[in-house]
Design a binder for this molecule. Structure first.
Ligand code: FER
Length: 246
């Protein structure tokens, strides 16, 4: 199905638990930079949550997957307004009890920010390999393995896999203070991070867990950015945390 965000079509998929009747918590699941909703680690988390009795709503964000928008034009502001739209859609569903946000990497950063913005309606955050160094890296001029002058941002940056990214992505990221969002969200948070993550160093997961007022940290020894080696352990961490709440 598609959700409209101010004229932009966002590809979304709602998966219900079985039995589907009655009311359920709903977990919104957001992929990372260059990612999409059918990535193996997101599908695994979604199916496990369905098995626990939660509905899940996976969404392709602006410029990603089967949603509209150009990859090169995506920014964290666009992803944030997408997230607000998706949360409002979830609130309109009459079977939904509590709403949780789950995000991987740049999607993890997005749910950290959107969770703080909607802190009165978001029951908890599931943050997987959170790429919350992006704003700091944009201010330091060290994004995507590139070095640039943060006061003279190039019009275009090379991104992964031959893609290009507008310099406006960097200019937007430079404005964001993630610490403010962490401090504003007082609900329960689970952070899952592989200690061999080569894209987002595990120190960021550890530091976020320390700073949140109410966070649990699940470190996955020997695992990488997308839980390539121990996906079962990452899924187990999500399910054990969620089982106490449903
Ligand atoms: C970067 C490192 C990681 C970056 C983005 C990421 C935009 C995000 C990774 C992901 O979402 O999977 O330098 O720059």
């Amino acid at each position: 199905m598609y959700l409209m965000d101010d004229g932009i079509r966002l590809n979304a998929k709602l998966d219900m638990p079985t039995p589907a009747e009655g009311k359920h918590p709903l977990v919104i699941i957001i992929h990372g930079f260059t990612g999409h909703m059918e990535e193996q680690h997101l599908v695994a988390v979604s199916q496990a949550l369905n098995g626990l009795g939660c509905a899940t709503l996976r969404v392709d964000m602006y410029g990603h997957g089967a949603s509209e928008g150009e990859f090169r034009n995506h920014t964290l502001y666009k992803w944030l307004t997408n997230a607000l739209t998706v949360i409002d859609y979830a609130r309109s569903l009459d079977f939904v009890t509590d709403i949780y946000l789950c995000g991987h990497s740049q999607g993890g950063l997005t749910v950290m920010l959107a969770g703080a913005m909607k802190r009165d309606v978001i029951r908890g955050l599931l943050v997987l390999s959170p790429a919350w160094m992006i704003p700091e890296a944009a201010r330091n001029g060290t994004l995507l393995g590139e070095h640039f002058d943060p006061d003279h941002v190039p019009d275009e940056l090379p991104a992964w896999g031959g893609r290009t990214l507008s310099g406006n992505y960097v200019r937007v990221a430079q404005t964001i203070r993630v610490e403010d969002a962490i401090d504003r969200y007082t609900g329960p948070v689970l952070i899952v991070h592989g200690d061999q993550d080569g894209a987002v160093p595990v120190e960021y997961g550890i530091r976020a867990a320390e700073r949140y007022q109410n966070a649990a940290l699940a470190l996955i020894p020997g695992d990488g950015h997308c839980y390539e080696y121990h996906l079962d352990q990452a899924v187990d961490a999500v399910i054990s945390w969620m089982r106490e709440r449903v």
